[in-house]
Ligand binder design. Structure first.
Ligand code: DX5
Ligand code: ZN
Length: 220
């Protein structure tokens, strides 16, 4: 079983409530929210007030992906705003274990996000403090980029690392997922599939959610 997490980055922000209800009714269980600071990544998106509003608009799990420097300064604020899952980048936080513990103590699931060129060994020490790993399959910053093919093997190696330690850490994948590659990543061990342009870049986002769920299920 895997879950679909539509990324609102590619949604129509003038109709955000409608866009969210459509994917929720189609079977999406997690809403992925990309927070960018124009510093860790070369783009600026949305922040705490939007998360607070989203919390009122949906019962889906809210998953905040913090692409910001020094995420420890803001992570708990996102939990207070309504996030159920918060991930911080291993590349952006020199006090990662502290941040993960603070997220858990605040009542949310704590995640470590990792860029395509960062080796998995960077996760080793903090892994027991994380509920999930967000594996980036594009370089973060923008929606609509092409999937980096070496990510599939990275998922397999991460799954091996988690299973080998007897942990229950979930694997999320983020970037360039579409109907053509979803079955490959699910088969490799992904639990949560994030998709932005493959849902909100399409004519009918609800139908795209249903199709992605169907295409990914073939292999499980
Ligand atoms: C990219 C973001 C992603 C983005 C994915 O930095 O973290 O969540 O929305 O978009 P697609 O699915 O279009 O690659
Ligand atoms: Zn993301």
């Amino acid at each position: 079983m895997f879950e679909i997490a539509p990324s609102i980055l590619s949604a129509d922000f003038t109709r955000l409530a409608e866009e969210i209800i459509a994917v929720e009714n189609a079977g999406a269980t997690i809403l992925h929210v990309d927070v960018m600071d124009g510093h860790f990544v070369p783009n600026i998106t949305i922040g705490l007030p939007v998360v607070k509003s989203l919390r009122k608009a949906t019962k889906m799990t809210i998953d905040c992906h913090l692409m910001i420097q020094e995420p420890g300064r803001y992570a708990v604020e996102f939990v207070k705003a309504g996030a159920d899952m918060v991930s911080v980048h291993v590349e952006a936080d020199v006090h990662l274990q502290r941040t993960l513990t603070a997220i858990r103590d605040a009542g949310a699931k704590a995640g470590i996000a990792i860029n395509p060129a960062t080796p998995l060994v960077a996760l080793e020490e903090a892994l027991p403090y994380a509920d999930f790993i967000l594996l980036m399959s594009v370089n973060p910053g923008f929606g609509g980029q092409a999937y980096i093919p070496t990510s599939t093997d990275k998922v397999r190696r991460l799954k091996h690392m988690i299973d080998g330690r007897g942990l229950k850490t979930k694997i999320e994948i983020d970037g360039g997922i579409d109907e053509g590659n979803i079955m490959v990543v699910v088969e490799a061990g992904v639990d949560i599939v994030i998709a932005g342009s493959a849902i909100y870049g399409k004519e009918n986002p609800a139908e795209s959610v249903r199709q992605l769920l169907e295409k990914g299920t073939v292999w499980v």
